[in-house]
Design a protein around this ligand. Sequence first.
Ligand code: 7TS
Length: 407
Amino acid sequence: MNLGKEIRKFFPALDQEVNGHPLVYLDNAATTQKPVSVLEALDKYYRMDNSNVHRGVHTLGTRATDAYEGAREKVRKFINAKHFGEVIFTRGATTALNMVAQGYARNICQENDEIVLTYMEHHANLIPWQQVSKYTKAQLVYIPMQSDGTMKLEDIKKCITDRTKIVAMTHCSNVLGTMNPIAEVAKLAHEKGAVLVVDGAQSTPHMSVDVQALDCDFFAIAGHKMMGPTGIGILYGKKSLLEQMEPFEFGGDMIEYVHLYDSTWNDLPYKFEAGTPIIAGAVGLGAAIDFLNEIGMNQVQDYEQRLVKYAMEKLKEIQGFVMYGPKERSGLITFNLEGVHPHDVSTVLDMDGVAVRAGHHCAQPLMRMLDVTATARASFYIYNTEEEIDRLADSIQNAKEYFNHVF
Ligand code: 7TS
């Protein structure tokens, strides 16, 4: 299947006009559009199979359970997890990271221990660690960052010491597009007996992820950023660590035996899936994975690399265009236009039907490092085209002229 123009027909939301112009959707790092197959999988589930899972022995209950557990197996294969029990369905990447911080790190960290972080973390992989630090008195240590938004391996190495208990790092920055060397960091962390928690929200939709090859200990995924529905995410964890980890929520399905004053927990992964799980969300995510598998993740990454390189060349020609992040990056461009507030840029772009995000992108410490309060960001996916990037460039040029004229 050809990406770009040809694949767009599978995404109904792309086929609309916004403010009198064909929509150019470039806010894929926030969330992606959904193909018909995902919409149909959700529809079919609710129309035909809707039932609770792991409970009734009736036919619909069995179908719903098969669909839910079938989706888990699709995720397991997609990220190459070793065991089925290592794939836990969560509400999103944020929940997955909070589960590790609260259920694992809070119990193993003590005063004088260190939690190593980067300046480019999304708040979802930052605030949970601040909370662990407040509770345990473990110190937060930040790895120095270069002006292009990358980190040197030697700096990473220096920060990971015998005191390090946790290294928490994004695989791919949602602002800079920096792709971090997770497999190397895993080696450094493990040499010091530390555990590596990876925020995979911005990598999993765009490249092939193999959690065994990366050798990360925990890995968080957001389903809605890879064409799945909202409200579904994944926590991957190594079995031995998940077995040590405390449940995040308590109630039905996560128990083995319940007594009046104490209870024991179910096996993995159910120990971490209290209550009625996100059944339809998992089924939708399974359909999104089928769609991505049909394309192939290497093709996805190659295509997005082509798009981002084209966009970088095109946009740098605009006078006053300031781009943040390294040359080698994932498929997004975070930028400012000299003299124009990014919210104004995105408002003018929206008038031309071009959707980009403006703001701090849930990375306030990084904004301070870049010495800005906010930026605009265009982020690409498999259905975007070079023509759309031309529209983005024209619209940014319009914004520049509009504001230069008005002020
Ligand atoms: N981690 C990273 C790197 C992210 O980019 C995001 C969301 C999350 C975690 C949280 O994911 P959630 O699904 O649990 O919310 N990032 C963005 C963004 O860049 N613009 O909107 C949401």
